[in-house]
Design a protein around this ligand. Structure first.
Ligand SMILES: C[S@@+](CC[C@H](N)C(=O)[O-])C[C@H]1O[C@@H](n2cnc3c(N)ncnc32)[C@H](O)[C@@H]1O
Length: 266
């Protein structure tokens, strides 16, 4: 798992609107009417988890995350008896009762081999239950490829403390067909698709600001502050070339995401 230093809710939430949309689109394909038990694995700061409690007022919603800083932010959304947040590693998590809706949004790309986890979770659904997963599928995009090149290159490889580069690994995430097969093999009715969002960003170095809340943080956590500044400057220069400012002053960040929803027969 990435270092606990990897998450800063304030930096992550800079692009809260853009990040909330895939969650809403994922949940639009979940047809549960009145679930009792709803779980959000890798819930982060809890802002999207809270929307689950709004949609299903009769449900008991639990968000689980391994990051203390994210959970501290999530606490603000807690509603006694209806919405709570717990520390846990989703890889070892087991429900105490069958789950009606199990969601994991933008978290499983940090977990190698998560197809096996999804298969296990499918077996832990209540009859008629739903499994809904969304993962960024942008590991081949310049944001990730340029950082992966820097991290593996001769200049930085020796200066980085040991760490986990799963999130930069193109093989860490399946394509929609791969998830469709995982869901089918687990006995769920599958629904899988992908979308590339074109985020229109403003301001100086907006792509760097975006990745500062995600993939860059675990890399910086493995460097001294001075080295971190140097790597960031190098990375920022490469990002400016890959994502040029347009004549109207905006910068477009294409962002591919992969979605998978499975329904267990009732
Ligand atoms: C990009 S954030 C997404 C947060 C939230 N789901 C959302 O959509 O806004 C990824 C979250 O996954 C959590 N995470 C990553 N690996 C995890 C693991 N093995 N167990 C629990 N949480 C994990 C991180 O701590 C982080 O809060």
């Amino acid at each position: 798992m990435q270092s606990v230093a990897a998450w800063d809710p304030t930096t992550y939430l800079r692009f809260a609107g853009e990040r909330a949309r895939p969650f809403a689109e994922l949940l639009s394909r979940v047809g549960a009417d009145a679930p009792r038990v709803v779980v959000d694995l890798g819930c982060g700061d809890g802002s999207v988890t809270a929307t689950l409690a709004q949609r299903w007022p009769g449900a008991r919603v639990t968000g689980i995350d391994s990051s203390p800083s994210m959970l501290a932010a999530a606490a603000a959304h807690a509603v006694p008896g209806r919405l709570d947040f717990t520390t846990g590693d989703l890889r070892n998590w087991h429900p105490t009762e069958p789950v009606d809706v199990l969601v994991s949004n933008a978290a499983l790309h940090w977990v190698p081999g998560h197809g096996q986890l999804m298969a296990r979770w499918a077996g832990e659904l209540a009859p008629g239950g739903w499994l809904a997963v969304q993962v960024p599928g942008n590991q081949a995009a310049p944001t990730h490829a340029l950082l992966a090149e820097l991290v593996a290159g001769p200049r930085w490889a020796g200066r980085l403390a040991p760490g986990d580069d799963t999130v930069l690994d193109r093989a860490a995430v399946l394509d929609p067909t791969g998830y469709l097969e995982v869901l089918t093999a687990a006995g769920l009715a599958p629904d899988a698709w992908e979308t590339t969002y074109l985020h229109v960003l403003t301001g100086e170095d907006p792509v760097l600001r975006w990745v500062s809340g995600t993939v860059l943080r675990p890399v910086l956590a493995r460097l001294s502050p001075a080295d971190g500044e140097e790597l960031t400057a190098e990375y920022a220069a490469a990002l400016r070339v890959a994502y040029p400012v347009r004549p109207d002053g905006t910068t477009v960040l294409p962002f591919r995401r992969v979605f998978a929803v499975g329904h267990r027969p009732g």
